[in-house]
Design a protein around this ligand. Structure first.
Ligand code: HEC
Length: 139
């Protein structure tokens, strides 16, 4: 066990390995969401980057008036920096620009809950979350 930890510590010193671990953590979050999506709908097959893109750009009109869309804060370009309502900078959502995006399960759950409530007036479904991450991971 100790030896495994030392190995992990050494391996994570290399940038390439650190990124591989980030991808593993994101994949684990997606696998968990896929299991939830199947539980909610047995006909679910796979997440879709296209659906994720449409979801990201949509203006559902069911949330708070000052946050009509995910793009209100994250902008329409996932590779660009966004801004909170208070003007604080948000790093790009695109994984190519911010490689540690969607790698901390607690952070992911916290912000989906908060932002889906603001924009949609409800929680996002597991399928919506998985589509969203799949789209951001593809760019
Ligand atoms: C009111 C501004 C605002 C809106 C609207 C908004 N977000 Fe965000 N979002 C943030 C902030 C602030 C963070 C946390 C800072 C960061 O991660 O850089 C964040 C982080 C996230 C994260 C966590 C990212 C990670 O690295 O794990 C997810 C997931 C997310 N947002 C999804 C969404 C989705 C989906 C929508 C639309 C339904 C949305 N956001 C709309 C402000 C917003």
């Amino acid at each position: 066990m100790k030896r495994a930890l030392i190995f992990l510590a050494l391996a994570s010193l290399s940038w390439g390995s650190a990124m591989a671990f980030a991808d593993d953590r994101r994949d684990a979050i997606l696998a968990d969401l896929a299991a939830q999506a199947v539980a909610a709908d047995p006909a679910f097959t796979a997440f879709s980057a296209d659906r994720g893109k449409a979801f990201f750009l949509a203006t559902p009109s069911s949330g708070k008036p000052d946050t009509p869309s995910c793009t209100t804060c994250h902008t329409k370009d996932p590779k660009a920096k966004g801004q909170t309502r208070a003007g604080k900078e948000i790093l790009p959502m695109a994984v190519s620009k911010t490689p540690d995006r969607f790698t901390d399960a607690e952070k992911v759950a916290k912000w989906f809950l908060r932002n889906c409530s603001s924009v949609l007036g409800r929680e996002c479904t597991a399928a919506e979350k998985g589509d969203f991450i799949t789209n951001m991971a593809a760019q």
